[in-house]
Design a protein around this ligand. Structure first.
Ligand code: ZN
Length: 301
């Protein structure tokens, strides 16, 4: 008799579907489709193995000028949640348009950040907020909230992962401050192709300049102008800047020309609008920030 009961119990166990929880069982994963590599990395840090995280942009692609492909429509249609940066980082709001067409819920990660506005006659909110680790923690909180709304059963788990990651962002911030103490205040001038580093420069006491404006695309107030190019050369000369930087997503030609004109070296390639390729030191947000800071210290100290 006892044997038979055990056998029945075993059968019941076999037939109860695994609805998440145990690692051994099969359960349907939620799907998050992200626009940028940074947003995808933050999302991966929060969702663990409960979600499949997909990213439209590959490492090294430019979000400002990206043109959507038919495959992107499918990636959005398959998703339970869409995550984007916002504030026109995705040029002409391509991610929002894809999400609207598919009627999908959207997390705009930059929501709640205190914006820096860009000049040039147009009031445009600078979208490059993630390059401040303090702002990155706002992105993380928005993502925790967004995934918890889709999967409220595991909210505490998402919050726990989010808190651990925010602690890592705080550690990163303190480390960046210590590293930049190696660069004299008078030499804290960061010049790269476009204005990706305004939040970063404001947080760490740098002057910034770029020939490209806030976007590499053709949006309001963006683009290379002779005036911006001249301002960069003037800044290099007046601050006696030792080195300037190209960016991993942008053709380095213009910055190399400016370096030659102004008689300074190009110290290397910064990660701004994209993280590094998988397998490189900059394949994560923490990694790209670390590699950027090391490169800036080596170039300017
Ligand atoms: Zn950018």
């Amino acid at each position: 008799m006892l044997r038979r009961e055990l056998f029945v119990a075993f059968l019941v166990l076999l037939t109860v579907p695994n609805v998440g929880g145990g690692q051994e069982g099969e359960f349907k994963k939620f799907i998050a489709t992200c626009s940028t590599t940074q947003v995808a990395d933050f999302t991966c840090e929060i969702v663990g193995d409960r979600w499949e995280v997909r990213c439209i942009l590959a490492a090294g692609q430019d979000p400002h000028t990206y043109e959507t492909k038919p495959g992107d429509t499918k990636m959005v249609a398959d998703a339970d949640l869409i995550l984007r940066n916002g504030w026109h980082l995705e040029g002409h709001e391509w991610m929002m348009n894809l999400a609207k067409d598919a009627n999908k819920p959207v997390v705009t990660c930059v929501d709640g950040v205190k914006s820096l506005t860009l000049g040039g006659g147009a009031e445009v909110k600078d979208p490059h907020a993630w390059l401040s680790p303090i702002n990155a923690s706002i992105y993380v909180r928005n993502i925790v909230k967004g995934v918890s709304q889709i999967d409220p059963e595991h909210r505490l788990e998402y919050e726990a992962r989010g808190e651990l990651y925010i602690a890592q962002l705080r550690t990163l911030h303190l480390w960046v401050q210590r590293e930049f103490n190696k660069i004299p205040r008078s030499q804290r001038v960061l010049i790269s192709h476009h204005d990706a580093f305004n939040y970063f420069c404001t947080l760490y006491g740098f002057q910034g300049a770029s020939p490209g404006g806030w976007s590499t695309g053709d949006e309001i107030g963006a683009g290379i102008t002779a005036e911006r190019r001249q301002k960069v050369v003037d800044t290099i000369r007046s601050y006696n800047v030792k080195a300037i930087f190209v960016e991993t997503t942008i053709n380095p030609k213009l910055v190399r020309q400016i370096a030659a004109d102004a008689g300074v070296k190009v110290a290397g390639s910064l990660y701004a609008d994209s993280m590094g390729s998988p397998g490189t030191a900059a394949e994560s947000y923490l990694g790209m920030m670390r590699e950027n800071v090391i490169m800036i210290v080596n170039g300017l100290k």
